[in-house]
Write a protein that binds this ligand. Structure first.
Ligand code: PBG
Length: 337
């Protein structure tokens, strides 16, 4: 059968009909809100992030109050990033695993004041003086041991110890979920083992499994003050050209004990989301990153796009196969879903 017996437009005739045949729906519980806590800010001192209109760095009091507001609108989970005092940053990212660190204190306050699922991002880049996600070694020009292209090596195994310390310290503070975003090999296994040894059997791990070396993180680095001082992240984050490699990364994280997988960024990687969803039965999270937010916000501000582009973008991430979406658009979506 074909036209004129078949008419696809019958199923699009009016809003009620479109409502009943809609294949994909975004729900409030699909959303995870990323929030930045900055050490040293006083109550009422929230700082707007210049590259991300409408997003702020919060003091603990203000961030918790905002999280409560979002919870009242239907939010279920939140992911935390911390910005320590500049002068406390060092080579190994010590403020990341300080039991009285900014994220640890924010976790405790959120657990006390809300019922939100608290996810702690585990990484060193916001806490190291050099801005890399692990420990580094630099080479002088002409060093025969230098096999890098930029004279800087991010040390895998030496970094694991500090990532593990960070995860354990966050779990002690009450984090429900640990989300390692550093892309060191073996970190999921190392973190799972340490959590279990400390008795945190029930603390989940959402691994940033397929995390690409993306230019779309630029606004985040401004937000979190974590732009690397030298070199780039291409020797540990994935090459945007690869998709089979994403499957291998996810396989390893699954074997190492991840409870959920993640693809990051989302919009430029919808094909990866679809592939991972088809290959694995773990819940899949996508990170609609800072650059995806800022790009749409800038276009809306300029009048090139309308707000409808927000819902459409988020829906396409869901349609590609994501179960959960980390997005800065969460407050907007909670108001508009
Ligand atoms: C830390 C981390 C980054 C993001 C989340 N965790 C930045 C990076 O890897 O450079 C990016 C989030 C965003 O862009 O919204 N490693």
């Amino acid at each position: 059968m074909d036209y004129p017996l078949v008419r696809m437009r019958r199923l699009r005739k009016n809003a009620n009909i479109r409502d009943i045949v809609r294949e994909t729906k975004l729900n409030k519980e699909d959303l995870i809100y990323p929030i930045y806590f900055k050490e040293g800010l006083k109550k009422g001192q929230k700082e707007e992030i210049s590259t991300m209109p409408g997003q702020y760095r919060y003091s603990i009091e203000d961030g918790v109050a905002y999280a409560k507001e979002l919870e009242a609108k239907g939010l279920k989970s939140i992911i935390l990033f911390g910005i320590p005092k500049e002068e406390t940053k060092d080579e190994i990212g010590s403020p990341a695993f300080d039991d009285e660190g900014i994220v640890q204190n924010a976790i405790r306050a959120l657990k006390k004041e809300t019922d939100l699922i608290v996810i702690a991002d585990v990484c060193l880049c916001e806490y190291t003086s050099h801005g890399h996600c692990g420990l580094i070694r630099t080479y002088d020009k002409g060093d025969i041991n230098d096999d890098t292209d930029d004279g800087i090596k991010i040390l895998n195994d030496a970094s694991l110890k500090y990532l593990v310390k960070t995860a354990v310290s966050q779990a002690k503070a009450g984090a429900d979920v640990i989300a390692p975003s550093d892309m060191m090999d073996g970190r999921v296994q190392a973190i799972r083992q340490a959590l279990d040894e400390e008795g945190f059997f029930d603390v989940m791990i959402i691994s940033y499994s397929a995390k690409y070396a993306s230019s779309f993180y630029a606004p985040f680095r401004e937000a979190a003050c974590s732009t690397p001082g030298l070199g780039n992240r291409k020797s540990y984050q994935m090459d945007p050209a690869n998709s089979r490699e994403a499957v291998r990364e996810c396989e390893l994280d699954l074997i190492e004990g991840a409870d959920m997988l993640m693809v990051k960024p989302a919009l430029p990687y919808l094909d990866i989301i679809k592939t991972i969803k088809e290959e694995f039965s773990l819940p899949l999270v996508s990170y609609n990153v800072s650059g995806e937010y800022s790009m749409i916000m800038a276009a809306i501000e300029k009048g090139y796009l309308t707000e409808e582009s927000i819902m459409e973008s988020l829906l396409s991430i869901k349609r590609a196969g994501s179960d959960l979406i980390i997005s800065y658009f969460t407050p907007y979506l909670l108001d508009n879903l």
